[in-house]
Write a protein that binds this ligand. Structure first.
Ligand code: FES
Length: 145
């Protein structure tokens, strides 16, 4: 697979990996969740925002969803984060890095690697929020997103 270098034109549908196409067009995880167990929001220097919503039981991320106003690459990265964290422990989720997202997608343009960093930054905030809620669970009763 050749990227957009040299004389060959990058063909979006033929040259992107299946992982990339699947993650870029997956829509079933785009959802706001009221009263989730962990919420994280981050805005990048490009002005795009990702928000993650985690549902956690016994330290395992049962499900996650997101919303973003970002581009297709941002959506691909956010979906990949969810693919990598669902059914994993909170501890394992902390280990996930932007490089893991980039590796999984295979064909994320190098000019958009910051989308992976933004998605991971929002994930870390959701994990932090989960840990904070765990310490003061009553606060969650009053939470509104
Ligand atoms: Fe802004 Fe993707 S272009 S996060």
């Amino acid at each position: 697979m050749e990227k957009k270098t040299g004389r060959k034109q990058f063909n979006f549908w033929q040259d992107h990996s299946l992982h990339y196409l699947e993650m870029a067009y997956r829509t079933d995880k785009i959802e706001r969740i009221e009263n989730c167990d962990g919420y994280g929001k981050r805005t990048g220097q490009c002005g795009d925002t990702i928000e993650f919503y985690l549902t956690v039981r016994d330290e395992i991320i049962g499900s996650a969803s997101f919303v973003t106003d970002g581009c297709l690459n941002t959506i691909a990265c956010a979906n990949t984060v969810i693919h990598l964290i669902e059914k994993k422990s909170i501890e394992d989720a902390w280990e996930i890095t932007p490089e893991n997202v980039i590796d999984y997608l295979e064909t994320l343009p190098s000019t958009n690697e910051h989308c992976a960093e933004l998605a991971i930054g929002a994930l870390y905030r959701a994990l932090l929020n989960f840990q904070k809620n765990k310490r003061v669970p009553w606060k969650q009763l009053y939470k509104r997103h």
